[in-house]
Design a protein around this ligand. Structure first.
Ligand code: FMN
Length: 155
């Protein structure tokens, strides 16, 4: 039997955002990133989940190995963040995320999940665990989906 032609991987990284501290401008900067990322990720069949906690960003990117690699190379060069560090990069049996690009900013409805995950001390030390980032992203996605009445699809 011949092997698979494509390999599904996920890449988890975190970084320090260099966005505006002015809330309106910051929201529009996040909107710009979202539009660019959504378009590119759809084209590359990438699924991803980005979390923003104060000035830290953490993102899970899933897809075909070379496409994830290409996407991450672009992301690392983006001046809107710095100190981009990979936490984990490995083959996965299946995708966990459903959107080409979803971003959740800490606060309001997401506050409880971010507080529970308590990633900030590890971000500040520079040692967040991939499993903790993945667990938070997954919990935030589950919350977002159940709010839309979708909690029966991915069991
Ligand atoms: C925190 C953060 C997350 C991003 N996530 C993605 C992503 O998932 N996919 C993507 O194509 N671009 C993402 N981008 C944007 C890329 O860095 C880049 O600006 C975009 O892909 C356009 O690249 P180009 O100008 O070379 O065409 C992200 C940027 C930041 C700051």
């Amino acid at each position: 039997m011949r092997g698979k032609r494509t390999t599904l991987v996920h890449l988890i990284y975190f970084s320090r955002l260099s966005l505006s501290s002015e809330p309106q401008l910051r929201t529009s900067q996040i909107g710009d990133i979202t539009r660019q990322a959504q378009k590119k990720n759809e084209f590359s069949v990438i699924t991803s989940f980005l979390m923003i906690d104060q000035n830290f960003a953490a993102q899970v990117i899933e897809g075909e190995r070379t496409l994830v690699h290409e996407t991450f190379n672009r992301i690392t060069e983006d001046q809107r963040h710095r100190d981009v560090l990979i936490c984990e990069w490995r083959e996965i049996p299946k995708r966990e995320f459903v959107s080409s690009f979803k971003v959740v900013v800490r606060g309001g409805a997401s506050e409880a999940q971010f507080a529970k995950a308590n990633l900030m001390p590890a971000f500040q030390r520079g040692t967040p665990k991939a499993s903790a980032i993945l667990a938070l992203a997954s919990a935030l996605q589950t919350d977002a989906m159940s709010k839309q009445g979708i909690d029966h699809l991915f069991i």
